[in-house]
Design a protein around this ligand. Structure first.
Ligand code: ATP
Ligand code: MG
Length: 330
């Protein structure tokens, strides 16, 4: 499959100089055309920072300190999103990438009907269209995300949390993006609702052909719905592999720990073990592998040297990457 977005050696800091906190360090990750890529990791591992950094939506004091984000534009060929002018960036954001932010469902304006909010988005994108056409499109989008079109006249408070979330997805899809980034859209919703919404997104992806970067704590959800999963720890990707591989045969002890933290949806019940200790303090990162103080398999090189992310030197390992001293890389 072809790459759509290639993140290369991305560094994102909060603050400058000595004060800088490295929230994302040397992240290299590819989102392929039409794929659902899941990004998981404990709170504070840098997932949102990566999503904001790669789209240049990072609020201050966040700064992209290095790296490239190559977008493979089907019409214009590849270019680095990080070097776009502000004008080009606006086009990119609206036309190519849509982001549904963490807690997005609360960002609907409470005093406007959802129909108005949808048509406003459509209008901002295409100011020349007629009001009638915008209205028809808004109804179509609502139907697409499973909300009856007669809900156009509802106010946000008249909808359930899940419906509000789906309205946000409808807005994200209004511009026919090539990429939908969902940053933990479902934390506030119950598990059943989470599955429904992600399932619906995956189905829409099949029909409309966009790619999805889905960010969540809930690895079991990713295992079920994504094609590939990347795992973040302390601002770095520590493992990435096809979703099935992560589930049945994860290489990094942190991935195994995360899996142990969530009950399996299917198959035999796993014991909920969780991971002892807490995520690293970015201001005082452990030496070597950042996970080593919590790792049950830590041995001599782990505290000393940082393992590089690479293709594990095992048969059939070519479609995955791991950064762990237990797994020599090619
Ligand atoms: P969660 O799962 O809780 O959403 P996350 O993986 O999305 O977590 P980020 O929000 O990307 O994590 O945060 C990564 C790190 O950057 C955290 O240690 C956080 O404290 C730090 N950070 C985030 N925003 C800022 C900021 N505005 N100023 C300083 N540090 C920040
Ligand atoms: Mg986040």
């Amino acid at each position: 499959t072809e790459p759509l977005i290639e993140i290369k050696n991305l560094d994102v800091d909060y603050g400058l100089g000595d004060e800088a906190v490295h929230a994302v360090s040397d992240v290299t990750l590819t989102l392929h055309r039409g794929e659902v890529l899941g990004l998981a990791g404990e709170s504070g591992s840098g997932k949102s920072t990566l999503a904001y950094g790669m789209t240049r939506l990072l609020p201050p004091p966040g700064v992209v300190a290095g790296g490239e984000v190559i977008y493979h534009d089907p019409e214009r060929g590849p270019y680095d999103v990080l070097s776009l002018t502000n004008h080009e960036l606006r086009e990119f954001r609206w036309a190519e990438t849509s982001i549904v932010f963490q807690g997005a469902m609360n960002s609907l304006n409470p005093v406007h009907r959802i129909g108005t909010q949808l048509t406003d988005v459509i209008k901002a994108h295409d100011p020349r269209g007629s009001a009638q056409a915008r209205n028809a499109r808004a109804r179509e989008l609502l139907t697409l995300v499973g909300i009856p079109a007669d809900r156009m006249d509802s106010y946000p408070h008249q909808l359930s949390g899940g419906m509000r979330q789906r309205v946000m997805i409808g807005m994200a899809l209004a511009l026919e993006p090539k990429v939908v980034i969902m940053d933990e859209p479902t934390t506030a919703l119950d598990v059943v609702m989470q599955r429904q919404i992600l399932g619906q997104l995956v189905e829409l992806r099949e029909r409309l052909g966009f790619s999805v970067l889905f960010i969540t704590h809930d690895l079991s959800l990713l295992v079920e719905f994504s094609d590939r999963i990347a795992i973040m720890y302390g601002g770095r990707i520590v493992e990435q592999a096809p979703a099935k591989e992560i589930y049945t045969n994860s290489f990094h002890p942190y991935s195994a720990g995360l899996l142990g933290s969530f009950p399996a949806l299917r198959g035999p019940k796993r014991e909920l073990t969780g991971i002892p200790g807490s995520p690293p303090d970015l201001r005082a990162m452990p030496t070597g592998c950042a996970f080593h103080p919590r790792c049950p398999k830590s041995f001599e090189p782990c505290a000393r040297d940082l393992p590089v992310l690479g293709v594990p030197d095992v048969p059939g390992g070519s479609d995955r990457e791991v950064a762990c001293w237990l797994h020599p890389v090619r």
